[in-house]
Design a protein around this ligand. Structure first.
Ligand SMILES: *Cc1c(COP(=O)(O)O)cnc(C)c1O
Length: 348
């Protein structure tokens, strides 16, 4: 069994977290003259003159209620991009350790590792966008600190094989980060159910996709309480603003609305598939467990340019590994999807 305590970079074990004025005072108070805030209030309407809760207590309580995960296993970040960066900083010694990623996959793992001067060892997925288990095994050594498994994967949209993931969790000597940004669109159970069994698993989720809150930048890491405590220690103390914590809480209190939108997007995804699959110029639609489709088209560059000309933007992924001639189509509103299908048919 991997002990995260043995994986954290040495100098971070003794680093002290920033101690805020509010942290140092425990008790009830009526007058707050301890943090050099503006006692008269904000320049604008609204009550933003006080520093926000650095521990995100209300959010964690709500998330814990929704997910059935203990609050001490929950970390909130400025998007899931923040925990991705913090995990690299927590576990990887620049110039010595490495992360392992499985392209084609989410771009931030590579960006964050590069910024931190940490090597990114790439083990491509198979052509079917599944894990090359032997390939991963072959590059694992004592400097392998993080393995990023994105499932459902971006840009392919498919789920990674759960049994293969489990085998990697069992043999990997470092931390396995399971990025579940699209889990709400997926029929597969979340890995959060396995957190109690495997101390080396970190699950990333986000409010950016199913919850529809990409604009406020709120992401979640769920992990062993020790890992969470270390992330809390090294994060910027006020990484979530007061406004964002409030807005995130409002979203979480409207879970039924989220589920409704997810249902609509899933039936719209099915409609897109049905419309596209019979077109002769569509070579392949990758099976999706997310709110987007990776589709292989004839004359992809011309189609892409045509859509732009018609003011519809999709993502051209043709330069990504195994994504030759592929566009990534985010599922839109019913009207937007109708327009997209119409334009594609018109183009051909
Ligand atoms: C969109 C996405 C995220 C979300 O990042 P945020 O910083 O939370 O907006 C994370 N991982 C993957 C794979 C994504 O596609």
């Amino acid at each position: 069994m991997v002990s995260p305590e043995n994986l954290v970079r040495n100098h971070l074990k003794t680093v002290k977290a920033y101690s805020s004025a509010r942290d140092e005072f425990e008790g009830e108070a009526e007058v707050f003259l301890d943090a050099n805030e503006n006692s008269l209030g904000s320049a604008t309407e609204g009550f933003y003159n006080r520093y926000p809760d650095p521990h995100h207590k209300a959010l964690k309580n709500k998330w814990s209620e929704i997910k059935g995960v203990a609050t001490n296993s929950i970390f909130f970040g400025n998007g899931s991009d923040e925990p991705i960066d913090l995990l690299i900083r927590l576990f990887c010694e620049p110039g010595e350790d490495h992360i392992i990623t499985l392209p084609p996959t989410y771009g931030m793992y590579a960006v964050s590792s590069a910024i931190n001067a940490v090597e990114n060892v790439k083990v491509p997925l198979t052509k079917e966008f599944q894990i090359d288990l032997n390939g991963v095994k072959a590059v694992i050594n004592r400097h392998s600190k993080l393995l990023f498994l994105c499932s459902p994967n971006n840009p392919s949209g498919n789920l990674l094989d759960k049994q293969v993931m489990l085998e990697l969790v069992k043999i990997f000597p470092g931390i396995v980060v399971v990025d579940e940004a699209y889990i709400d669109f997926s029929p597969e159970a979340s890995w959060i159910n396995e957190l109690v069994n495997y101390r080396n698993v970190v699950v990333l989720q986000t409010l950016s996709k199913a919850w529809g809150m990409a604009g406020i930048r709120v992401g979640v890491a769920m992990a062993d309480p020790y890992v969470v405590s270390m992330l809390e220690r090294i994060k910027p103390p006020y990484n979530l603003s007061q406004a964002n914590q409030q807005l995130a809480l409002e979203a979480l209190n409207a879970e039924a609305k989220k589920n409704e939108k997810v249902d609509t997007l899933l039936s719209e995804r099915d409609r897109l598939i049905n419309e596209l699959k019979d077109l002769g110029q569509v070579q392949e639609i990758i099976e999706s467990a997310a709110n987007f489709l990776l589709v292989r088209f004839d004359q992809v560059q011309e189609l892409f340019d045509y859509l732009i000309n018609e003011k519809v933007i999709v993502r051209n992924r043709t330069k990504e590994l195994y994504c030759e001639n592929c566009l990534r189509l985010t599922v839109g509103t019913p009207d937007e999807n109708t327009r997209l299908i119409h334009l594609i048919k018109e183009f051909y």
